[in-house]
Each structure stands twice: as structure tokens, then as C-alpha cells.
Design a protein around this ligand. Structure first.
Ligand code: ADP
Length: 434
């Protein structure tokens, strides 16, 4: 065989052998990558084609790594399960986030504050709880530069939720370099709402007091400065104005006191068995004699067959009087005011109806709120405090009942109070005549 042909044969054999080795190495590399991806040990058989002793050492090193990673994962899961078990029984909401702001742990109480935050484990914080302040607070907590507690607002499904967060950095349970953060969250939405109501109430009361007080102050100053020169008829006019505004202050204080007592823990109700028809009949007779009612037609139809109701007669009279006062105040002379009492379902229903100007639909839902007035000028001119209907609502609610209004502008208004009838007597109630 010529030398060149022998060399070519040798080279072809060497190339074939090298290709076989290369394929074995590629197969081994692929098997190694697969094992790392699956986080499972690489079996000896998977290194087929005998890629060499180095590969065996590599396989052993990779298998050690996979086993160590599995051990760490198990340890971490154990720690988290332990933490979860402890935190699950807490009433406070607890949240743990990792260095990448992903939720690692959240207890059941967190869902009570944020009902939409379900299955949040592994999710990014900003995708779960919407509030920029919290992200900034979390960053400050990790840096160790946060205030011990911070109040912040979240928007959860269009609802505003106020939370007081206490955060602290914790060592990372994944063995990473950056700190995790743990937060204890308290829902303070109710307190925040109450604070806002209180602030609004104080602002309203101050406003209501300021007008009569400044009028009184002005006239008193005029009288003091010019008491020698003021003609007697002007002095009389000034004194009457002072008297009117003093009375307004008085009614405001009376209503405020009544309201605060009704809202207190011991509203001082004196329940006694009461014949509601007789009670309302007495109130209406009393009103017919009043000067405010002489230019109105005041009539009633009171169902007499109701069982005695356990209620505070003075308070229920006060509620009905407030409705009658309004019906007389806000309707022109000659209007008709009609009071009815009927059993309806399991309630005694009182209605004070008038054929006055009525109330726009937009105002109806707010009528029973403190200081709400449809026509502010008319209410003040008539000595109204804006608290009458709020007092009515509280009295009725303290009796387990409801108060509401129905009206159509131009067609009059109807104010309803319903009081629960005693269950034991329900069967004896005669239906109202149709
Ligand atoms: P006020 O002291 O101003 O009368 P209320 O709480 O008793 O306060 O009533 C709230 C508002 O409801 C009144 O200012 C008035 O505008 C309106 N209102 C109440 N009753 C009637 C009625 N019968 N007809 C028309 N408007 C009424």
C-alpha cells in the first residue's frame, strides 16, 4: 500500500474516533445541564458513551450540589412552615418579603384587611398591595432607616384602606446577601374614618356657633358703644335680634347634648309598655293648639288595635315632634299634615306626610346626616339646627327600628318611622282597613 493511502486511512480513523468522543462529551454536557435544571442527581447510566474520568468527577460534584440545594430548600420550607404556623394564629396581619420584594409569607389575617390579596405567595409586592408609601417604607426598613411605625393608605379594589405598619429587617432565609423584611399590619381604617367624622363635626359645630355669636357680639358692641344715642325703637330691635340668636344658640346646644346622649354608651332610655296610638294622639292634640300649627290642617289616622310596645314614650314623642316641627316649618300656611300609624309586616309604621314643596331626590339619602340641610337659608331662618332628623334616626335605631323619607318635589314629603312589634303579639295584630 502506498504511504499516502495508509496515511489517509489513519487520519480517517482518527477523525472518526474524535467525532465519537465529541458526541459522547456533548451527550454528557446535555445530561449534566438537564440534571441541574431538574435539580435531580445525574445517574451513571446517563453519562453513556464513556466520556471519561473527568466527567465522573464532575457528575459527583454536581450531584453533591443538587443534594445540598435540596437540603437547603427543605430547611427553608421547614422554617417557613414553622413561621406560617405561628403567624397563622395571630390576629395581626403579618407579611414577609424577600430581597426582591416578593411575598414569601402572609398570614390569614392579611386577607381580612385586603380581601383581594389571595394566593399572593411569590408575587411582587407592588402587584399585590397598591401603595407607593409601602414600597418606600419596605426599602427604608431593609436599610434600617425606617420609622418604627408608619401609617399609610392603600387602594384595594377602589376601597381606601388605612394601615399602621411596623417593619423590621430579617436575615434572608434563602442564604442570600440582602435582608428580607417582616411587617406587622394593623387595620386603622375605622379610626381614620372616625377621626375624619370628628374633625368634620367640630368644624360644623364651630361654623354653627360662629354666626349667632358674631351677630350677638356685633349688636352688644353697638348697644354698649352708643347706649346714650340709640333711639329706643332701634334698641328694642337690637335686643330682639340678640334674643333670637341666643335662642338659636340654646337650641343648638340642646340638640347637640341630646345627640351626644343618644350616641353615648348609656343613652338613658326608659322603656315601658306603651299604647302607641294613644301616645301619638296626645302629641297631635298638643300640636293642634300651638300657634305654629293654626294655619295648617293637621289630621291623623292612628290604628288603634296595636299591642302595647315597649318603648321610651318621651323619646318617641320627641322623634315625632321633630317630624311635625319640620312639616310645619317647611310647608306654606294652609298645607296639610297627615300622621298615620299602621301595622306593616312585623312593624308599627308611623308616617308624617305633608303636601308641601317636597325634597329633591339627590338630597333624600343625606337628610338624616348631622347638619344636612336642603335649604340652608330657610332652615336657619326658621331656627333649624340641622340636627333634628339625625336625632330622630338615633331614637328610632335605639328602639331597633328604621327611619327614612320619601318625597317628590312639588308633591310633598313623607317621613317614616318603623318600630318592631313584639313577636309574641304579632298574631293578635289586626290588619289595617284597606
Ligand atoms: P333642621 O333643623 O334644619 O330642620 P333637620 O335635620 O330636622 O334639620 O332637617 C334637615 C333638612 O331636611 C331641613 O333643613 C330641610 O331642608 C329638610 N326637611 C325636613 N323636613 C322637611 C319637610 N317636611 N319638607 C321639606 N324639607 C324638609
Amino acid at each position: 500500500m502506498p504511504f499516502a493511502a495508509a496515511l489517509a486511512l489513519l487520519l480517517a480513523a482518527a477523525l472518526g474516533w474524535a467525532l465519537l468522543r465529541l458526541r459522547a462529551h456533548r451527550r454528557a454536557a446535555r445530561a449534566l445541564a438537564q440534571s441541574l435544571l431538574r435539580q435531580q442527581p445525574l445517574l451513571r447510566e446517563e453519562l453513556s458513551g464513556d466520556p471519561g474520568a473527568d466527567w465522573t468527577a464532575l457528575r459527583e460534584a454536581v450531584n453533591d450540589l443538587v443534594a445540598e440545594a435540596a437540603r437547603l430548600r427543605q430547611l427553608r420550607a421547614g422554617h417557613l412552615a414553622q413561621l406560617e404556623g405561628t403567624l397563622g394564629s395571630l390576629r395581626e396581619a403579618v407579611l414577609v418579603i424577600d430581597a426582591g420584594n416578593r411575598v414569601v409569607l402572609a398570614n390569614a389575617a392579611l386577607e381580612e384587611i385586603f380581601p383581594r390579596a389571595t394566593r399572593i405567595l411569590g408575587q411582587r409586592l407592588d402587584a399585590v398591595l397598591r401603595g407607593v408609601d409601602f414600597l418606600n417604607y419596605a426599602a427604608a426598613v431593609r436599610r434600617g432607616a425606617a420609622a418604627p411605625q408608619q401609617e399609610m393608605e392603600f387602594v384595594d379594589g377602589g376601597r381606601s384602606v388605612w394601615v399602621e405598619a411596623t417593619g423590621s429587617p430579617i436575615p434572608p432565609l434563602d442564604g442570600g446577601a440582602d435582608a428580607w423584611a417582616l411587617f406587622v399590619l394593623h387595620d386603622i381604617t375605622r379610626q381614620k374614618k372616625l377621626e375624619a367624622v370628628r374633625r368634620e363635626f367640630v368644624a360644623n359645630v364651630s361654623h354653627e356657633l360662629r354666626t349667632p355669636l358674631s351677630v350677638i357680639k356685633g349688636y352688644v358692641e353697638t348697644l354698649v358703644d352708643g347706649h346714650r344715642d340709640i333711639p329706643p325703637e332701634d334698641r328694642d330691635k337690637f335686643l330682639r335680634t340678640i334674643q333670637r340668636h341666643t335662642e338659636r344658640l340654646n337650641s343648638l346646644l340642646d340638640d347637640l347634648l341630646a345627640l351626644s346622649r343618644l350616641e353615648s354608651a348609656s343613652p338613658g332610655l326608659r322603656h315601658e309598655p306603651t299604647d302607641l296610638a294613644a301616645l301619638l294622639g296626645g302629641v297631635i292634640d298638643d300640636y293642634r293648639a300651638r300657634p305654629a300649627a293654626v294655619r295648617h290642617h293637621l289630621d291623623a289616622n292612628l290604628h288603634p288595635g296595636l299591642p302595647a310596645l315597649r318603648l321610651d314614650p318621651l323619646k318617641i314623642s320627641q322623634a315625632v315632634e321633630n317630624l311635625l316641627d319640620n312639616a310645619l316649618k317647611y310647608t306654606p300656611p294652609g298645607s296639610r299634615v297627615f300622621v298615620t300609624l299602621v301595622p306593616r309586616d312585623s312593624e308599627a309604621q308611623i308616617c308624617v306626610q305633608d303636601n308641601g314643596p317636597g325634597i329633591p331626590a339627590a338630597d333624600l339619602p343625606h337628610l338624616f346626616e348631622r347638619f344636612y340641610r336642603v335649604d340652608k337659608g330657610r332652615s336657619r331662618e326658621k331656627g333649624g339646627t340641622g340636627l333634628g332628623l339625625s336625632i330622630v334616626k338615633h331614637i328610632v335605631q335605639l328602639h331597633g327600628g328604621r327611619a327614612w323619607a320619601e318625597s317628590e318635589p312639588g308633591k310633598g314629603s313623607a317621613f317614616y318611622l318603623s318600630l318592631p312589634l313584639p313577636l309574641a303579639d304579632l298574631a293578635k295584630v289586626e290588619p289595617p282597613p284597606v
